[in-house]
Design a protein around this ligand. Structure first.
Ligand SMILES: [Zn+2]
Length: 508
């Protein structure tokens, strides 16, 4: 045996494969300590060294997961949400994403590619020319090739990576096809309270806003001066139904049938059924593959206005303040039905605080100067911008002497990341704060500022929404109202039990 494994080759293969495998494991977020997978990988690489074509095949199989490294290091193994992100992302957003990936990560990829090439190809000729190797005879060769194929397709790291990607893609495709083929169905309205009728109801859907950065939720720097003193109900805490826009909103804005999303019954269809003229204003992109699931819900409304019509998601986003002129216009436009003014239900899907937060400011003054870097200060400013945006909506409705009610929630929170000693925020489902978002109700009839310290799941928003509209339906739970609801104690997130998630507290 010693004869055909020269010392240097054994050492090279062992050291380089072990190093590469450990790094690849970490890169793709596949559970790090699975000994059999590491062994399977080492055997695979060692065997592949004997056959040129196998070595090339194994090299390609390993190299693709390596490019997942920057994502894997931050977010873990592939999940449907990330596949959605890939499909819903336009090139300029990809450029934005890559700009926040540390240069260090690209360096890792390069080093790993070199290590992998070394493990597979270094001194390959040296061993293959040794005549006594059992792999020289035909039987040995066949056994080795069969082993390579088995290892490549079952149980090894590349196999596990590709399987995860495929499963995530299948889940995403399934979601989209359901969204696209579903008709509109009615809720059965069991009870209705006309006392709750308003001239206008507004649902503001925030983007990437975690609640602990709002001073109204206790952040020590004044990020929400208007909300701090506004009359209404502030719920502490809403746990978002997903760590990314689509996973969260598709589960938040729809009724559920046996815990599955019922695309035929949504907040928009319920609003229309209750007698409201429905509007969907979005700064989040429409058309094609872009946020199809949310676009489907939007398309159920009477009128859609997309600020960002070219179809990109947040990268093509305009200034959220551009909503204000459209909002005024909608309020002033009276629609009569049977000689009565039709009440309006207006959804506004903001670009909010989506990373990079500095791109959301569009000239809004940034008066924050905390020591964590530009991105972090921009994030704080984007929260203050949200505060003034809500104030502007409220001021306009009051100026037009309308009776109104407004709810706000964010689709998901954010996690911190560090880049060149500066802190920024981006999607992060691994910590509680990736899910903890603000939820509040402001109302023209409200006379006090109420805080409800009780946990509620994002899946319950449809229930709150129905009671807010003043209806009790066959698909919603009437126990959930803004002033009172049962606490949701066992909330499961896409990253496991909410209670088990890590803590990533706000910096101040
Ligand atoms: Zn989002």
């Amino acid at each position: 045996m010693r004869k055909f494994f020269s010392k240097i080759t054994i050492k090279t293969v062992a050291v380089f494969t072990a190093a590469t495998l450990l790094c690849v494991f970490q890169a793709v977020g596949v559970d790090l300590i699975i000994v059999e997978r590491i062994i399977a990988g080492i055997v695979l690489i060692a065997l592949a060294r004997y056959f040129k074509s196998a070595a090339i095949a194994v090299f390609i199989a390993f190299i693709i997961p390596l490019f997942y490294l920057p994502v894997g290091l931050e977010y873990g193994s592939p999940a449907p949400g990330y596949i959605a992100a890939v499909f819903e992302t336009d090139p300029s957003e990809t450029a934005e994403f890559l700009s926040i990936v540390p240069v260090r990560d690209f360096f890792y990829i390069l080093v790993l590619i070199i290590l992998l090439a070394f493990a597979l190809f270094f001194n390959r000729g040296g061993i293959t020319t040794v005549t006594s190797t059992p792999l020289r005879n035909r039987r040995g060769k066949i056994v080795a090739l069969v082993l390579i194929i088995i290892l490549l397709f079952f149980g090894s790291i590349p196999y596990r990576f590709y399987r995860l990607v495929y499963k995530s893609y299948a889940a995403y495709a399934d979601l989209i096809s359901k969204a696209e083929t579903t008709p509109i169905n009615d809720f059965e309205i069991i009870k209705r309270s006309d006392a709750l009728e308003k001239d206008v109801r507004v649902v503001v859907i925030g983007e990437s806003v975690r609640k602990d950065y709002l001073s109204v939720y206790g952040y020590p720097h004044k990020t929400t001066p208007f909300l701090d003193g506004a009359n209404g109900i502030f719920i502490d805490t809403l746990i978002a139904a997903g760590p990314s826009t689509m996973t969260s909103l598709s589960r938040t804005l729809t009724a559920k049938e046996n815990e599955r999303i019922d695309w035929s019954r949504t907040v928009v269809t319920l609003g229309a059924q209750t007698g409201y003229e429905t509007y969907w204003l979005s700064n989040s992109g429409f058309a094609g593959k872009t946020s199809t699931a949310v676009s489907l819900i939007a398309s159920q409304s009477d009128r859609m206005i997309f600020l960002n019509a070219r179809g990109g998601v947040e990268a093509g986003a305009k200034d959220d303040f551009e909503f204000l002129a459209k909002f005024d216009e909608i309020l002033k436009n009276e629609t009569l039905k049977n000689d009565r003014k039709t009440p309006k239900l207006i959804f506004i899907h903001m670009a909010g605080s989506h990373s990079p937060a500095c791109n959301r400011l569009h000239g809004f003054a940034n008066r924050f100067d905390l020591p964590y870097g530009k991105e972090h200060n921009c994030y704080l400013a984007s929260i203050e911008k949200l505060d003034s945006f809500i104030k502007a909506l409220v001021d306009e409705m009051s100026a037009q002497k309308l009776s109104w009610s407004l709810i706000y929630f964010s689709d998901h929170g954010q996690g911190h990341y560090e880049n060149n000693k500066e802190i920024g925020l981006r999607h992060g489902g691994s910590a509680k704060q990736g899910y903890e978002v603000p939820l509040f109700l402001l109302d023209s009839a409200a006379t006090e500022h109420v805080v409800i310290k009780r946990r509620i799941s994002g899946l319950r928003l449809i229930d709150l929404f129905a009671s807010w509209l003043g209806v009790n339906t066959d698909k919603t739970d009437p126990r959930y109202t803004f002033s009172d609801f049962p606490e949701d104690l066992n909330i499961t997130t896409q990253n496991g039990a909410y209670d088990d998630l890590a803590d990533d507290p706000a910096l101040y």
